[in-house]
Design a binder for this molecule. Structure first.
Ligand code: PLP
Length: 387
């Protein structure tokens, strides 16, 4: 696979060397099943529990509130199923900007449990309309309904934040269960979950330098929920199946590094994002920045007026060795988020998402390629950047 510039870090990131090193023993010598009582099993159990303790400490919660899963998708499904089935929520409030692993799980479980759904209004910039959320909770509460509120911490396409502490406080007032998809923020923000008021929160390791196929669901202490996947008694009976020990260890190491490097990475990556915004703003009147002031520093969404030239932008960049995306990696073209924000057919949207491995000179090249594509110049030669 040949590429020169990777700006799709919200889709997935490269695994860190140190993370690989931490995982390696659990893929080779320390291969015991953590449920086995012998020494090899006890060794991997220890690795698993050390990872859980470390993750919990970094998120400001108790180790017993961390359940390992196969990733953000499973965590979101588990949270929504549990809220309707075990926590007896009989109305769901969410937004049309959520990830498909939330939207489609809500559709499925709402039908299964005959639960009604409301979609909270969002402002033009992609932030949740607080007044509308308050109104919805007030109305449903007056009807005797117990709500599940599922709102993501930062949107994976625009990076726009939801003020989860405010939402958490509101949910508390109305006795609602609050789930937040924190897949784009765990590992990218300093986040103390116990201070947010969330009851359930999802995270995924591959978004911040960890391995694919491992996630967590934070389950607030005292909530009694049942598993999504039935079988053995792993994860205190909450998630059956032999544990992905190397994955759990990788999650913990990646989070440890992310927290340690956060101040430096935040400054460096924010600077890259601002730099790209300034370059793109020079590219003409029509360019619209969808990631406003309250957006995550790692994500920049930009829309270009649709023309015969801009339509092929993504492909042209790809042919120049530049990896960006049109939206979520799993949406397979078209973006329900950008459409919900009113930028449908007439716009072409690109999502740039950064890591500490990117450099300003890469961004210069990306903007040069965009200009070439929009001006319908012949394709630039494959560019090569030292990373
Ligand atoms: N939620 C959000 C906001 C995401 O960006 C993603 C990944 O694209 C997911 C959930 C799904 O996570 P995973 O790939 O770990 O299943």
């Amino acid at each position: 696979m040949k590429y020169s510039i990777y700006l799709d870090n919200a889709a997935t990131t490269a695994i860190e060397e140190e993370v690989l090193d931490a995982m390696y023993p659990y893929l080779t010598t320390a291969y015991g099943n953590p449920s086995s009582l012998h020494a090899l099993g006890r060794g991997t159990r220890h690795g698993m529990e050390t990872a859980r303790n470390s993750i919990a400490a970094h998120l400001g919660v108790k180790p017993s509130s961390i359940c390992f899963t196969s990733g953000g998708t499973e965590s979101n499904n588990m949270a929504i199923a549990a809220a309707l089935r075990d926590l007896h929520c009989d109305h769901i409030i969410t937004s049309r900007l959520e990830h498909h692993s939330v939207l489609n799980a809500i559709d499925y479980y709402a039908e299964l449990f005959k639960t009604s759904i409301s979609y909270v209004a969002v402002h033009e910039d992609g932030t949740v309309d607080h007044n509308d959320l308050k109104k919805m909770l007030t109305e449903q509460h007056a009807r005797g309904k117990k709500c599940l509120v599922s709102l993501m911490h930062a949107n994976n396409e625009t990076g726009m934040f939801t003020e989860i502490r405010w939402v958490g406080a509101l949910c508390k007032k109305f006795g609602a269960v609050f789930h937040s998809d924190c897949v784009q923020t765990i590992g990218h923000c300093s986040l103390n979950l116990s201070r947010t008021g969330v009851h359930l929160a999802s995270g995924s390791a591959h978004k911040f330098g960890g391995p694919k196929g491992v996630g967590i669901l934070y389950i607030q202490e005292g909530l009694s929920i049942r598993p999504l996947i039935y079988g053995g008694a792993q994860e205190r009976g909450l998630r059956a199946g032999t544990e992905n020990v190397a994955g759990a260890v990788g999650f913990a190491k990646a989070l440890e590094l992310a927290v340690k490097n956060y101040p430096e990475d935040y400054l460096y990556i924010s600077e890259l994002k601002h730099y790209l915004v300034s370059l793109l703003k020079n590219e003409g009147e029509g360019v619209v920045i969808n990631s406003g002031r309250f957006s995550l520093y790692t994500i920049l969404s930009v829309s270009f007026p649709k023309t015969s030239r801009s339509e092929g932008l993504l492909l042209q960049l790809d042919q120049s060795g530049i990896c960006v995306s049109g939206g979520a990696a799993c949406s397979g073209g078209g973006s329900h988020v950008i459409e919900a924000l009113g930028k449908g057919q007439e716009w072409v949207t690109l999502r740039f998402s950064f890591s500490k491995w990117n450099a300003k000179k890469e961004l210069d090249k990306v903007v040069y390629c965009i200009r070439q594509a929009l001006e319908e110049k012949p394709l630039v030669e494959k560019i090569n950047c030292q990373r």
